[in-house]
Design a protein around this ligand. Structure first.
Ligand SMILES: *Cc1c(COP(=O)(O)O)cnc(C)c1O
Length: 478
């Protein structure tokens, strides 16, 4: 048996490479990363091709080990080289992501040390760090000391966690689900609809509250609907407001909605996945008034904190609510619970073993300090306003509501052609060009092209380039 063990050990030790092998791989990956970043200025924001990454299938899993360099070459070609490039300053479609470099180093550190950040006693320092980040986000939103939250994989999971918490706090049982009422607008993010289904509430009543002319939820309609629903014997329990809709960056009237939620005892959730970190820009303070009254807030550091994908956050105003919803005791964890000075992420989320996400959030915030984050966000606001102004200077264009954050919508209105068809074609032409990537939206049946300035690498030169591309295509098509 010993000889068998030795034989296996020899192979299994391959999983723990020595320093020289590690250095070699490190430097190869570093070369890849440097080439990727250095080429961003000249690479496209959107690449389409016939085979669209299919060749990655040639690198399916096999018994044999292979060299790293060809894998990196294939990554460059088949993964990085096709589709939308979220690291590009030209990416202004959907809600662009970030990819701050120190986050990669944070992930590297977290993966190497592999701290078990789910449970305080296993990784007290790691849990403290994650809770410190959550507390910082809570302070930023004006939440009290007893607020807590969780770093999630994204905004969708954060929205789901908020709804599940509200469901538990309102003690809704299966027999109540058909009478439970959720209030939102048609501009709410579709992850809310997913959350409703996943949380077992597909039979709940949805009330789409009318929008005013600026696409904001109308508080008077909201209150009237809640009162009507109560009269009907229904159970109004949840209001979802958007602090920055994905479509147009519009902010629902937070303060009046908070007052209605309080008066009628509903859970008030603010989905600030896109807009939340704009709180770092002082000129927007007034738009956040009342957010501290929300029972829960979704933030998405992988959007407006410019982190790589895989980092969201849910903040819950009252710690007890989150524990009520998620805390379960497992027998084998009996040594652990109730003795800690920090809440463990595993006690307030669906996750047990989890990625030590805190490191990728903390490292860039520390290495850069907050100042450049505030500046970058403010720059994106001005870039959007600049675009909004300039596009109106091109004959034939109309625009949507004045941008509150960093999303603007616009379309060309041809004199003698179908506007929707024209703008679809225009968008296609911009996407085919590929240097700038934009997406579209549909508002009350009208097709709009949408620009979202969120990538930290997007600067004035990209907006100028976009205007130039638009002018060129409109000229050649009219
Ligand atoms: C992006 C977004 C979400 C979903 O977040 P993911 O991180 O993509 O899961 C939810 N709500 C709003 C307003 C968003 O912009």
């Amino acid at each position: 048996m010993i000889s068998k063990i030795r034989e296996l050990e020899k192979l299994s030790r391959l999983l723990d490479p020595k320093a020289n092998q590690r250095s070699k791989w490190n430097s190869e990956v570093l070369d890849y990363a440097n080439t990727f970043i250095n080429n961003l200025d000249t690479s496209k924001a959107f690449n389409q091709s016939e085979e669209n990454g299919k060749h990655i299938f040639h690198l399916d899993i096999e018994e044999q080990a292979v060299e790293l360099v060809p894998l990196l070459a294939s990554t460059t070609k088949n993964i990085d080289g096709v589709g939308i490039n979220p690291a590009s300053g030209g990416h202004m479609g959907y809600i662009p992501g970030g990819g701050l470099y120190p986050s990669a180093l944070g992930d590297y550190m977290a993966a190497v040390s592999n701290r078990y950040a789910g449970v305080f006693y296993a990784a007290p320092g790691a849990v403290r760090l994650e809770n410190m980040l959550i507390k910082w986000m809570c302070r930023l939103m004006g939440y009290p000391e007893q607020a807590i939250g969780n770093l999630t994989s994204g905004g969708s999971i954060a929205n789901l966690m908020a709804l599940v918490t509200a469901r538990e706090v309102h003690k809704l049982k299966a027999r109540d689900f058909e009478r439970a009422v959720i209030y939102l607008t048609e501009q709410a993010h579709h992850s809310i609809l997913k959350a409703i289904r996943i949380s077992g509430l597909p039979e709940a009543q949805l009330r789409y509250i009318p929008l005013d002319e600026n696409l904001k939820m109308s508080p008077s309609h909201l209150e009237k609907t809640i009162i009507d629903d109560k009269k009907k014997g229904l159970i109004p329990f949840y209001i979802n407001a958007s602090l920055g809709t994905t479509n147009t960056g519009t902010i629902d009237p937070i303060k009046p909605i908070a007052a209605i939620a309080k008066k009628h005892k509903l859970w008030f959730h603010v989905d600030a996945a896109y807009g939340g970190f704009f709180k770092l820009v002082h000129q927007l303070d007034s738009k956040f008034i009342g957010i501290e009254e929300a029972d829960s807030i979704t933030l998405d550091p992988h959007k407006t904190l410019f982190l790589p994908y895989g980092t969201g956050a849910i903040l819950i105003k009252n710690k007890a609510h989150l524990l009520q919803a998620y805390h379960c005791l497992a027998d084998y964890m009996q040594d652990v619970i109730g003795k800690e000075d920090e809440i463990s992420p595993a006690d307030i989320s669906a996750e047990q073993t989890k990625h030590f996400r805190g490191m990728r959030v903390w490292l860039p915030l520390k290495l850069f300090g907050l100042k450049p984050f505030r500046a970058a966000l403010e720059e994106k606001l001005y870039l959007t306003r600049y675009f909004y102004k300039e596009i109106q200077n091109i004959a034939g264009f109309e625009v949507g509501p004045e941008p509150e954050l960093s999303v603007a919508i616009f379309r060309y209105v041809p004199k003698d052609k179908n506007a929707d068809a024209f703008n679809r074609k225009l968008l296609k032409a911009i996407q085919n060009d590929g240097r700038i990537f934009l997406s579209s939206t549909n508002i009350h049946g009208v097709f709009w092209i949408r620009v979202a300035v969120v990538q930290f690498r997007t600067h004035l030169e990209h907006i100028e380039l976009l205007l130039e591309i638009i002018k060129k295509h409109v000229k050649s098509n009219t």
